[in-house]
Design a protein. Structure first.
Length: 193
């Protein structure tokens, strides 16, 4: 029997996608284990979620590093220490640069709350609602040097014609929590590239 793949999840906030990934791993829906949470906000709620699941946390203050390259090298060293196979960004609100990409490029994926290439970057749901789109969605993509521009792995449409931002967020999050674990499982099984 092959050894389970080891995942790192990067998050900056409440950690609902982190929770969806960890739970799917615990239930055997993803043939992997979340070995470490990487968090740039030590007081974020996701840190508590990790503790409840027994997942080790690498939390840090970005300003404690002399440069972004130093920060990303420290992150990559932590990933190496845990033998990480794949990195899953889940609400990590920092742009990944060549420093981390040079060590983990091709093995970093992200979830974004829009149907890319529409509405890349921050506040995508709010931008889409203000624009008046009728079909929202989520995208899982490889991470490269561009902001939300890496090769798309999977997408799911979220039809909504209302105007309530909270309701829209609820629908988008529900789609994320289903699509991200399923896509990670398919990626690890070699069903998607």
């Amino acid at each position: 029997m092959s050894q389970k793949k080891r995942l790192a999840v990067f998050a900056s906030g409440t950690g609902t996608n982190f929770e969806a990934i960890v739970t799917a791993c615990e239930r055997g829906q993803i043939p992997a284990e979340v070995a470490v949470l990487v968090c740039d906000k030590p007081a974020a709620a996701v840190v508590e979620r990790a503790a409840r699941h027994g997942v080790e946390v690498f939390a840090f203050q970005p300003k404690s590093f002399p440069s972004k390259a130093d920060m990303e090298n420290a992150i990559a060293d932590e990933l190496d220490k845990h033998g990480i196979d794949w990195v899953c960004l889940a609400g990590y609100m920092r742009i990944i640069t060549d420093t981390l990409l040079s060590r983990y490029g091709g093995r970093i994926i992200n979830i974004h709350p829009s149907l890319l290439p529409a509405f890349p970057g921050a506040r995508a749901v709010e931008q889409a609602l203000a624009y008046g789109v009728k079909v929202y969605g989520v995208t899982i993509h490889h991470v490269d040097q561009t902001v939300d521009g890496g090769r798309i792995i999977a997408q799911r449409a979220v039809p909504y014609e209302g105007h309530d931002l909270d309701e829209l967020f609820r629908l988008v999050h529900a789609a994320e929590h289903e699509l991200y674990p399923a896509t990670i499982a398919r990626l690890l099984a070699g069903e998607v590239s």
